[in-house]
Write a protein that binds this ligand. Structure first.
Ligand code: GLY
Length: 396
């Protein structure tokens, strides 16, 4: 049973997992009250805050002081910002610090940061001394609407993203939307891509509200942001509550990620500059094309998906060599494109990357495809040629 403080400054969403249920608090300028929520949900007296250097400099002292006001003793570890920190060497470094702090199983890890910190700190919490409780304090939109919820923790391996990990649910998620003011625009895009995905797979009304509100959202209007994060959290929480370990339904959250992950991995391995949200955006368009081919989606629905992604300044196609050098900040929707060299990345390389994805079952690539806007179905019988055509079409 979760007890919410009666004067809570935040909205709450519950991830319903029986004894392991936990609240997601969502508000604006609430970081100073983190200690109260910690006390009420964790009831522990020692915490280790894991953050990255950038986020720590911005918000670490506020979180630390708030915990101290609640009589919680704190220690802190910070890692360099960026995806490279999601590796085994960083996990070992953090284990070393936890031994130095004499961290016990009754202590709590606080993951303060974006998706990288959440996944890394969550993995440390899942494994140190066979498991410590942890809480997520997401400071990026991606982490607020997706990665901090649902207990997926992990690190990357040279052979693939998120290949080493564990399911370990947090005790609480505490999202202060005011932290989004300091988030770089491209990072905001990463969260917006997941937001569009949530609308496509689960909620047509939410998708329509995104179409109507893309400008206030991009302008970071506090009320819009709170509502945006809350609606995303409700969608994700419902999916996780129904299928915690991705035995079935949770796979719909992978919509756009099968092709998206392959693009991200191959592009990055060749020195290309691509962010997760940009890859997911392209992956959603490619998934839409596959759905169109299978008569699951109408052409006008695919166009709405492209328009919405474009209105959030996310790429919906890849420029052939010789195309524009960069995405202009005020890019026209239809012109949103990622400058790239897709035609020079052999389709066979991308296809091979997909075949090593975690979503492959019995050698078949399982796609979550939109079925109109607001629904999603699984398809595992797409041919190699259909998949390659959908990827190629991103260059058109
Ligand atoms: N981000 C996909 C999931 O949590 O299942």
């Amino acid at each position: 049973m979760i007890h919410y403080p009666s004067d809570s400054p935040a909205r709450t969403v519950t991830v319903d997992l029986g004894q392991r249920s936990y609240p997601i608090y969502i508000g604006s300028d609430i970081l100073g009250r983190f200690g109260e929520a910690f006390e009420s949900h964790c009831g522990r007296r020692r915490a280790v805050i894991i953050s990255d250097q950038t986020v720590w400099d911005l918000y670490g002292p506020t979180v630390e002081q708030s915990l101290r006001r609640a009589n919680v003793e704190t220690q802190a570890v910070s890692v360099p910002p960026g995806e490279k920190s999601k590796c085994l060497a960083m996990v070992e470094m953090i284990y070393g610090r936890l031994f130095e702090f004499s961290t016990e199983r009754s202590d709590v890890i606080v993951a303060l940061g974006g998706g990288v910190v959440g996944d890394l700190a969550g993995f440390v919490a899942a494994t140190f001394k066979r498991g410590l409780p942890y809480v997520q304090v997401p400071s990026s939109l991606l982490a607020m609407v997706d990665s901090s919820i649902g207990g997926k923790t992990g690190i990357n391996h040279p052979r693939g993203k998120n290949m080493i990990g564990a399911f370990h649910q947090p005790q609480m998620v505490f999202a202060d939307c005011a932290t989004l003011k300091t988030l770089p625009a491209r990072e905001l895009g990463c969260g917006l891509a997941e937001t569009v995905k949530h609308g496509i797979i689960r909620d047509a009304a939410f998708f329509a509200s995104l179409e109507a509100n893309s400008q206030p959202i991009l302008a970071l209007e506090p009320d819009r942001l709170i509502e945006l994060v809350e609606r995303n959290c409700r969608i994700k929480a419902a999916v996780v509550s129904a299928d915690e370990r991705e035995a079935g339904l949770r796979g719909i959250l992978n919509c756009g990620h099968t092709i998206g992950h392959a693009l991200e991995t191959v592009w990055a391995s060749r020195g290309g500059d691509i962010h997760h949200g940009e890859a997911v955006s392209l992956g959603l368009v490619a998934a839409g094309r596959l759905a169109l081919r299978r008569s699951l989606l109408r052409p006008d629905e695919l166009e709405r998906i492209r328009q919405l992604l474009g209105s959030f300044r996310l790429p919906v196609r890849i420029e052939p060599p010789g195309g524009p050098e960069a995405i202009p900040a005020n890019a026209d929707r239809a012109a949103c494109a990622l400058p790239g060299d897709l035609p020079e990345i052999p389709l066979a390389t991308l296809y091979e990357a997909m075949r090593h994805d975690k979503k492959v079952q019995a050698g078949r690539i399982r796609f979550a495809l939109p079925k109109s806007i607001g629904n999603c179905v699984f398809q595992d019988d797409l041919t190699e040629s259909e998949i390659k055509q959908a990827i190629s079409s991103l260059g058109e």
